[in-house]
Design a protein around this ligand. Structure first.
Ligand code: A2P
Length: 411
């Protein structure tokens, strides 16, 4: 005799491997560790995911927002998901008619209603005055091409940090980007298992009107990866990019990102905190404001920028040439001989009174980009600075997130 058959339907959360750019944002955001990955795919554990949606807004491509109604007993395992190159179709036959509500959700077109943001440390919405970004104009299946029109090293040749400024021109192809958005580069070749390399994501370092004003080009800030967790390893895409010559053609996808965007109202203040190549979006925003300043922007710019040494700080020269009444810059070096180690959060504490003045202003927008480790340190420094001024940090933090005024992008 047949045993009882479970007809419980699960609305299974899946990630589209064709769109996903493997940036790890979802895995980092998930408050209950329901997301994991292998060398091939990012996947969701059906038995752990509770559909809280915390991962959905931060995903730069929308790959995360895919759902299939399946019989709970037949949920796709993570091992199965690891092998996918495309998402399975919704199998309508597998969904019993008894669960019409679940079936209605099966096309994945529902919106992320009632997002639970308490578990997320940064904003999941853009500033109210941000320009509307384009995303996913070009995908893994339909990339566009760009020509290298510049590639030069930003860091002193005597140092081990090899950071490049790379300018890509899109010619006649539309590629609209905003400051804070990123693009994906498809490196040529395949990994050991024969699969084409996945795209790597880089923040754009140029403003919306081009690295060169009025040109259809963007710049990137790329660090040559030669080590990972202490082991010698040549980063596939960073080495490809850093070795490019003028005239070379690269495959590009994107743009990505719809929340780490700058406010457009002219009296908004930017508090920017970065390390190393995390300076790319800060350069883009600063340059936009520098150009725009001529057209009446009055908001303040304050920047905290960390690097090992002055020689390893990208854009040191141009940055220090900016007028002091335009941007208030504090540098923090961690490995200057004969000097104590100094991180951006130390510099922020030293400038606590000025940071607090910005925190008190509802027109202040905060951007943090760089090493993962700095996120805790920077949030802690903000908390201490706020509390020294009798500001309720928990309430302020929640307000900053709600109003799209605290943006974190760390890796
Ligand atoms: P450190 O000398 O401790 O590595 P990198 O050159 O590796 O991209 O790093 C950029 C800067 O960020 C370096 O000065 C590095 O210091 C610093 N850094 C490393 N960890 C943290 C952290 N947890 N918070 C802030 N800065 C950090």
């Amino acid at each position: 005799m047949n045993g009882p058959v479970s007809i419980e339907v699960l609305r299974q959360h899946l990630i589209d491997p064709e769109i996903c750019i493997r940036c790890n944002t979802c895995e980092e955001t998930c408050p209950i560790d329901a997301i994991t990955h292998d060398d091939n795919n990012y996947v969701v554990k059906a038995d752990v995911c509770n559909g809280c949606m915390a991962c959905v807004p931060p995903c730069p491509t929308g790959a995360i927002d895919n759902w299939r109604s399946v019989l709970k007993a037949d949920a796709y395992s993570i091992d199965e998901q690891f092998t996918w190159d495309v998402l399975p179709e919704q199998n309508t036959m597998a969904v019993p008619a008894v669960d019409e509500a679940a079936a209605a959700l099966a096309d994945g077109s529902d919106e992320a209603d009632g997002i639970e943001v308490d578990t997320v440390r940064g904003a999941v919405v853009p500033p109210w005055s941000a320009a509307k970004p384009y995303v996913n104009l070009y995908t893994h299946k339909t990339p566009t091409t760009a020509t290298v029109v510049g590639n030069y090293r930003l860091t002193d040749a005597a140092t081990s940090s090899d950071i490049h400024h790379i300018v890509l021109d899109f010619g006649a192809m539309p590629f609209p980007v905003l400051e804070g958005q990123s693009i994906g580069i498809l490196p040529p070749g395949a990994s050991a298992d024969g699969r084409a390399h996945h795209a790597r994501q880089y923040s754009v370092a140029s403003p919306r009107d081009g690295e060169r004003p009025g040109y259809n080009n963007v710049s990137l800030t790329v660090k040559r990866v030669s080590q990972q967790h202490g082991d010698a390893i040549d980063g596939v895409c960073s080495n490809y990019l850093c070795n490019l010559k003028k005239g070379d053609v690269v495959n590009v996808i994107g743009p990505f990102g719809s929340t780490f965007l700058m406010p457009n109202h002219p009296n908004s203040h930017l508090l920017m905190i970065c390390t190393g190549t995390g300076s790319a979006p800060m350069r883009a925003m600063t340059e936009y404001r520098r150009r725009k300043r001529l057209k009446g922007a009055t908001g303040k710019l304050m920047l905290f920028f960390g690097a090992r040494t002055q020689q390893e700080l990208p854009y040191f020269g141009p940055l220090t040439n900016l007028p002091k009444d335009f941007i208030d810059t504090t540098l923090a070096f961690s490995r200057t001989q004969g000097q104590p180690k100094r991180y951006v959060q130390d510099a922020m504490r030293e400038r606590g009174a000025d940071v607090a003045n910005l925190l008190k202003d509802d027109n202040t927008y905060i951007y943090v980009c760089g090493l993962k480790g700095m996120e805790d340190g920077v949030l802690q420094a903000l908390k201490e600075i706020a509390e020294q001024q009798q500001l309720d940090w928990e309430a302020l933090w929640a307000k900053l997130k709600r109003e799209g005024r605290l943006h974190l992008e760390t890796y």
